[in-house]
Each structure stands twice: as structure tokens, then as C-alpha cells.
Design a protein around this ligand. Structure first.
Ligand code: GLY
Length: 386
């Protein structure tokens, strides 16, 4: 495909996406795939291991740092925060922290939470601008205030008072994708018809270099299907103490001030030191409505495995839509859990990851090396866009 026609294809797709809204996303299941869901199936018992640290798949390269802390006898909350801080600092990861995909005004807004099992404490921050390490900020709320949650400009000021550095969180990568999103949603952000560039609108954003062309292809995906990039990370140490954090840049292109599940204790992050920990990625609104993290903990308390507890939470989300796959196909969501014995599990609404060419997975480090494990899908189908 020539450069011109590739651009044209992109523009056509963008226009199509904008016109169709989100209703056509994930709309068609892979032909012939089983239409089952595994929510009621009891998954086989797995041997637990301690210490153990798990996260969503995008944390796989960071778990080693957390495991080093656990092996040295460090605190479980220090371990999970240290792990996700690596990704928050990474400008090449646009799911959390520095370089996260911004809100509709091009401002990166971050949410995060922590829970410390041994002391039964929690902290969280939401809609934070200009501070990249929001998991550490949530921990600072927990450790240095009498509050649990601080939001918006109050959270930014609190961070500055506590010595966090203020910075512009929008990288060139995320800025270009945001500009492409604006161009896809409004004629105002495209060259006018009197412009020599009007046919090749994206040439004002993406150059002909292979790197920019790859970025343009990636932009096409995240514009059609705005991600809720997030990392939940949870750890259990040798003694059985448990902590967790969840950090996110939230829903790409969100209305400023939108808050998802990640900073909501009992939804995007939940720990009970007698039971285990749970976290989530994906469309946070669905998780908030079922208090997913708390649901999973209570199911594990009753003896369910982490995987079955995650599937039970997923069943409640599906129930909210009467199991209507057409409606459920407009979003994606994932739950992750570990219990006090070091048994872990995860469930995905659909079999695929956000990138529909890949299977949904999560990351586990059991002391040997970090590796990816398949999530158990609620619907045994790959959801694909039209
Ligand atoms: N699960 C992350 C969010 O919805 O913001």
C-alpha cells in the first residue's frame, strides 16, 4: 500500500470510527468460537508460592525489582510501588505515569491507590496532573495524612508540598496520538479544503519515516478503541503479608476530571491481609458498579480460588447487561487476584487482549523469573472490531 493510500486508509478509518462512535467496537465474535462462559466452572487448584508478585501484562519487565525487595525481606507495599514506578517513569509506556495518553484537552491525568495489608491502611489520589509517580503519591497520602483520598489540584499541591517534582507529562508520542484523535473527531483540527494538505491531513502530524508510520498505525488502534491503560500490582511475602497498588492514566481522551476504578479502594484495588488482594484493568466504570476488588476478596474468603473469584466478579458485570454480548462487546475488562498462600489467577471478559491479535495475559514473578500467564476468559471468544 502506498504512503498516500495508507494515509487515506487511516483517514477513512478515523472518519468511520468517529461516525460510528464506539458501538461497533468488539462487535463481532470470531466465527465458530465457543459461546460459553467459564464463570461457574471451578478451575483446578494450583499450588501457591511465596514470595510472589503479580501484575497486568504491561508490568512484566518491572516485577523483578519488586521480587528483589521481597527476597530481601522488604515490605510488600514497597515492593509493588517500586515495580510500578519503573513503568510510571518509562516514556515509552503510554498506559501509566509519564507519557500516559491524555484527556480530551491533551492533559495527562493520573489516578492511583495503595493498600497495605499488615496495617490495614489505604491511600489514593485521582485526577492528578503534572506528577508522574502517583502510586508513591497514594502511599504518601496513606503514610503522612489522616485522609484516604486526595484529588485534583489538591493532590498536585500535596505532592509539591511533599517534595514531588512537577513536570509536563505529555511526551511527543502521546501528543501526536492526541492530535490525531482530535483530527479524527473534529474538522476544526484538520487542514481546510483551501489547504494544499487537505487530502493528506495526517501528514501534518505524522511524517513519512517508518517510526512515524508505525506510530500512525498504533494511533489508529487507540483512537478506534480508547484504552484504559493501567497496572495493578500485588505481592505476598514469605510470611503471608500482602499489599497492592493500582496506577493508571485512565481512559484515553476522557472528559477532564473523569475518574475510573483504579483509585477506588474496594474496586480497582483491594487487600485483606487475612485473605488476599485483587485489582483490575479495563473499563473502570463497570468495575465500580460491582465493587469488583471487594467482591473478589469476599469470594476468596469463602474459599474460592483467585481465578474463580475473578470470574464471579466478571459474571456480575455480564449480569448487569443480561449477558447481552452485543452490549458487552463495547468494552473490555480484566480482574487479577492472589491469595495469602501465593495462589494467583486472572479473568478477562474476552479471550483477547486489548490488542486483538494477542491473547489476554497477566504477569507473574514467583522468585525465578517474570513470565506471562493466560487469563481465563469469561467469554471464550476473541472479540474483534468491525
Ligand atoms: N481501569 C482504569 C480506568 O478505567 O481508568
Amino acid at each position: 500500500m502506498s504512503m498516500w493510500s495508507r494515509r487515506k486508509f487511516f483517514l477513512t478509518s478515523l472518519a468511520g470510527s468517529a461516525a460510528a462512535g464506539v458501538t461497533n467496537l468488539f462487535a463481532r465474535a470470531t466465527p465458530g468460537a465457543a459461546a460459553s462462559n467459564g464463570a461457574r466452572a471451578v478451575t483446578p487448584a494450583v499450588q501457591g508460592k511465596r514470595p510472589l508478585i503479580i501484575s497486568s501484562a504491561n508490568g512484566v519487565n518491572a516485577l523483578g525489582r519488586g521480587m528483589d525487595i521481597l527476597k530481601k525481606g522488604g515490605d510488600t507495599l514497597d515492593a509493588v510501588v517500586a515495580a510500578v514506578t519503573i513503568v510510571e517513569d518509562d516514556p515509552n509506556d503510554d498506559s501509566v505515569g509519564y507519557g500516559g495518553l491524555p484527556n480530551e484537552q491533551g492533559e495527562v491525568e493520573l489516578d492511583a491507590s495503595v493498600m497495605h495489608g499488615p496495617t490495614h491502611r489505604a491511600g489514593s489520589v485521582a485526577s492528578v496532573r503534572r506528577i508522574k509517580n502517583v502510586s508513591r503519591l497514594a502511599k504518601t497520602v496513606m503514610e503522612r495524612t489522616n485522609h484516604v483520598m486526595i484529588v485534583g489540584d489538591g493532590a498536585r499541591r500535596f505532592a509539591v508540598d511533599e517534595g514531588f517534582e512537577e513536570m509536563n507529562l505529555l511526551t511527543e508520542h502521546s501528543r501526536k496520538i492526541w492530535l490525531a484523535w482530535k483530527a479524527s473527531t473534529s474538522f476544526n483540527w484538520r487542514p481546510g479544503i483551501d489547504s494544499p494538505e487537505w487530502k493528506e491531513k495526517m501528514s501534518t502530524i505524522f511524517s513519512d519515516t517508518p517510526a512515524d508510520q508505525a506510530l500512525m498505525a498504533y494511533a489508529q488502534r487507540v483512537i478506534a478503541d480508547p484504552p484504559t491503560g493501567t497496572i495493578p500490582c500485588m505481592a505476598v511475602n514469605e510470611k503471608g503479608d500482602i499489599s497492592a497498588t493500582t496506577t493508571t492514566s485512565g481512559l484515553a481522551w476522557k472528559i477532564p476530571g473523569r475518574v475510573g476504578d483504579s483509585p477506588i479502594i474496594g474496586a480497582g484495588c483491594c487487600v485483606d491481609n487475612e485473605v488476599g488482594a485483587a485489582g483490575s484493568t479495563g473499563k473502570g466504570e463497570e468495575n465500580i458498579k460491582i465493587s469488583g476488588g471487594h467482591t473478589i476478596i469476599e469470594m476468596m474468603r469463602k474459599g474460592m480460588s483467585p481465578t474463580d473469584a475473578c470470574l464471579e466478579a466478571m459474571a456480575r458485570i455480564a449480569r448487569n447487561y443480561n449477558n447481552d454480548k452485543k452490549k458487552l462487546a463495547t468494552f473490555h475488562i480484566f480482574f487479577y487476584a492472589l491469595n495469602k498462600d501465593g495462589v494467583h489467577g486472572a479473568a478477562s471478559l474476552w479471550q483477547n487482549a486489548y490488542d486483538k491479535g494477542r491473547r489476554a495475559t497477566y504477569a507473574v514473578h514467583d522468585g525465578t523469573e517474570a513470565h506471562l500467564v493466560d487469563c481465563v476468559p469469561y467469554f471464550n471468544e476473541t472479540a474483534v472490531s468491525d
